[in-house]
Design a protein around this ligand. Sequence first.
Ligand SMILES: [Zn+2]
Length: 764
Amino acid sequence: MWGETGLTADAIIEKTDGQMQRIVLIRPFKPGDKEIIFRPENSEDAFALSTSELCCLHMVPKDKTFSRVQHVPEEIVTVTERAYHVKPIPTEKYPAGFYALSLDATTPFNVIFFMNQGVVTRSQKRRLGEILEGEGYISHTTIDNTLNEQKKIRNRKLGEIISEQANVPQETIENIIEKAYVAGKVTPRMRIGDILINADIISPTQLEEALASQERGKKIRLGSLLIRQGLITEEQLLMVLALKFHLPYVDLNDVIPTPEALAAIPADIVHALHVLPLEDKGKQIIVATSEPTDYTIPDSLYFHTKRRVEMVVATSRSISAAIQKYYPKGEYPEEIICGMDEEAQALEIEDDMESLSEWNDLIITLVDDLLLDAHSKGASDIHFEPGAAGKPLQIRYRIDGVCRVVRQVPKAYKKAVIIRLKIMANLDVSERRHTQNGRFIIPQKGRPIEYRLETVPTVEANEDAVVRIISTAAPRPLKKIDFTAAYLEKMEHLLSQPYGLILCVGPSGSGRTTTLHAALNYLNTSERKIWTVEDPVQIRQAGLRQVQVHPQSGFTDHEALCSCLMSDPDVIMIGEMKDAETVKTAIEASLTDHLVLGTLHANSGAEAVVRLIDLGVDPAKLADGLLGILAQRLVRRLCGACKKPYKPSSDDIDQLARLYGPRWKGDQTNLETDQDAQLMKKVGCNLCDNTGYKGRIAVHELFMNNNKLKRMIRQKASVDELANLASADGMKTLLMDGIQKIINGETDVDELLKVCRYDHVVIG
Ligand SMILES: [Zn+2]
């Protein structure tokens, strides 16, 4: 009907950049559309615009009619800070947003579709009292009475407050003031408080207190007053505020914040704003507050996180408790360790928890410090070794695969340190005869760190503890996995296949998970549904559905894999294929339109094939499903700050040639012919603790399945047969790959030979 009245545009769009534009929709808008197709008013050119760039779309009610349901008016504020007064239509909610009718009678564009990502706040225009009444928490009369009370408190005169607080009758105060006026002692700038101080009725401190109390009275809100009067509880008030502001109410007892969320907001901000981050969804972060009416909170959080902040409501008490739990205040550990020796002599520690509590803080700080220190030094494990009677507790870090003693803690604290670790991991403190394992997280400004604790009973009723530090790191890009150019290209080729099985093999600690996550990162686009089954989840990626298995409670790898398969995935990653059942299901899945990635304990691709067949996998299915197997090792990298070039002797070159094998002449002509060829050697400096090495580099061997290999797999060929054929087809072995990295100056022969056997080079 609006069309006939000379109106050309049939919609107005508000974009997330703040622009408003009058347009003609070429295709009618539907709430699920990924884009709108339109032409600007007064133009014939058609455009497409992603709906993710829209705050809202105002339309003339043409093809859509809504029943005029009586609903609560709301104020809706978009990301560009425009406020709309509308009546949302409760029945017209979609995953992308919701319809509302404009309350502005002057516009024909009175049907508005708000995109969820374009809306900052929604709040009911009903007053708090009305909602409380509507929800049946209190009666109308109670609200009226309380509003009167609020008014009284807000308008309280200073004299009244002083009379009450300083216990001086109101009459006396009035008399004194009157007398002062009469005696002409009152200057124009003098305040009532000053008169009372001059008259020695109150002290300046009492005046300050009275003024502060008056100030507080002015700010007192209806909700707080109702709580103070015992008419409603804080929970009830928050539930109503949550309703008013369209914010979810959460019980923090039921919600565990994710490590990413805890890391996203620094402790001082959390303490200052009294909020608790709950979930980090990448572009937005969910944060709990007990002050949903305070608009400065989401703004400050946005300032710190540069992400959209979604507020949820929780009680002040539960937020305080959670902050204490997840953001404990730190101390100064070095001093504590130094001071410990003397104290240790004075204390004879018994096993009972009572004496433990006396110096609890000391132990807590010591252990926290060790855990954080180990992480900051890049350790993968911390070993707590009590040793024999009378000996101190020895603490060793494993860094870059090598153990080193870092500290000794006085013997008197041995048991307490282990007890503290067990408490952190929720283990049974009294159980000392069996191994136990558990996990805990320490929130950190940068990123929360997950620790896995394993305790082992040792002699003299002691316990050893090993803490594994789980790097909950962000995924690395595939390009940063140290692949040679040729192997990177091959990996990308494997990953671009629509279905099949790709394995990553190597011993524990060879970086298999990191590599698989890099592969997933390469695959992680919005078109692909990716599930992972892991224990533990070490690397988190937005966009992935990551399942943590709990074998102790019966949620096994196999069960998790089966439930993932039911959720229509394109890609599945299985952290570690340990049992025959999981392996068989994974191979079936790889044959039926899924790309399956996994790790396996095996030394090489050829060995992995034989292991899988030994586990009971059908060789024919394996031959068909398998795309490739990447074997990986980590070797220490020469410290970039101190490594030194040197000219290799002919003996050095001979050794490399011998290790590299028959293809040396074809692959490495440069090193032999170039007179200026250089290799790098270790030196040692402050940065690398004088070891000459810093960090590690991965070496690879990529077993690419092909028709010839398929035939041999079906015939159950031996490890050597498979390895030889793959080599003949151009596979570079771990040793060859490693030697390439030595020639590139990244590591040395000593390091490489620690992780690679070179017997099968002889075969090749
Ligand atoms: Zn160095």
